[in-house]
Design a protein around this ligand. Structure first.
Ligand code: SAM
Length: 286
């Protein structure tokens, strides 16, 4: 491992922040030096200034930056993390939406910061269960992440026992269908039908222009991602979530995260001790 002066680490941290909104000290305070060294070997660069020049070219060549971010961030996720939010979706949001709109429009869901896809496949399972009851219900499920390695794994849909927290039999019993094909060691390949329900794409939440893809969403899952960002970016994101959600739509955030201290207009919903932030329905004119 090479020695890296603090001011150079600070410079790299600023570049990471400019590109992704990630505050490096929040992600990992230790091992930054080691991770930078590893990345330099990976890109076969021995001079730190050359490596910094490569990072600086992120606007037209984000490969090195993407890879560094993949190393710096934690991609930990698992199926049905915070199960109350999925219950709220199944028991309240879906019945209300289709009661209100009929079956003409799809219910649109985004998993923003989807990691390797555990969240998006959990959403697809809920949608599929609802369709077992109401076959006409249609869904549009999108999922995005800044980390291309995660996205590749999400598309492949292969999950180890850890991602399932050993609860697969429980899930399958509740949903009444299988997630996919599992081998003896408990690794599971998600079946084609569920895979086809999700569109995975690259998404950088720092790039507010690119968030227009969230327009018309009924649910935005943005869980355990906002912790990486500073308050300013979090506030801008919440304003955009509010703007892009349909009336009656909700945002789910991580259990340990909280809304920025701004009155954007969200109503706080507490459903069986799980929280959601809801954009009010438009008032009916008399
Ligand atoms: C801890 S995982 C959360 C996964 C999932 N949402 C959950 O709650 O289980 C955080 C994810 O946020 C992603 N991320 C970090 N910064 C991002 C950004 N600027 N835009 C999009 N995704 C980002 C990381 O790549 C990582 O996959």
């Amino acid at each position: 491992m090479i020695y890296i002066e603090k001011r150079k680490i600070d410079h790299i941290s600023r570049l990471v922040h400019d590109y992704s909104g990630i505050v490096v000290e929040r992600v990992t305070s230790r091992q930054v030096e080691k991770k930078i060294s590893d990345q330099m070997s990976r890109f076969k660069v021995s001079n730190l200034d050359d490596y910094i020049s490569i990072l600086e070219s992120f606007s037209h060549n984000p490969l090195a930056m993407d890879d560094l971010i993949a190393d710096l961030t934690v991609s930990e996720s698992f199926f049905f993390r915070n199960p109350g939010q999925f219950k709220y979706m199944l028991e309240v949001l879906l019945p209300e939406f289709f009661d209100r709109q009929g079956f003409q429009f799809p219910f649109r869901i985004w998993s923003a910061g989807c990691s390797r896809g555990e969240e998006a496949y959990s959403i697809a399972m809920v949608a599929r269960k609802f369709q077992n009851q109401f076959a006409e219900a249609r869904f549009s499920i999108n999922a995005g992440d800044i980390n291309s390695r995660n996205l590749q794994m999400a598309k492949e849909g292969v999950f180890c026992k850890r991602s399932l927290r050993d609860k697969l039999p429980e899930f399958e019993e509740f949903f009444g269908f299988s997630l996919g094909r599992c081998d003896e060691s408990g690794n599971c390949v998600v079946n084609e039908e569920l895979r086809k329900m999700i569109e995975f794409q690259r998404l950088n939440l720092k790039n507010l222009q690119s968030l227009k893809c969230l327009t018309g969403s009924d649910i935005i899952f943005c869980r355990n991602v906002l912790i990486y960002f500073d308050e300013h970016l979090r506030s801008l994101l919440f304003e955009d979530f509010f703007k892009y959600l349909n009336p009656g739509g909700v945002v789910f955030i991580g259990e340990s995260e909280c809304l920025p201290p701004l009155d954007i207009g969200f109503e706080t919903i507490n459903y069986k001790n799980s929280y959601a932030y809801r954009k009010p329905l438009l008032k009916q004119s008399k």
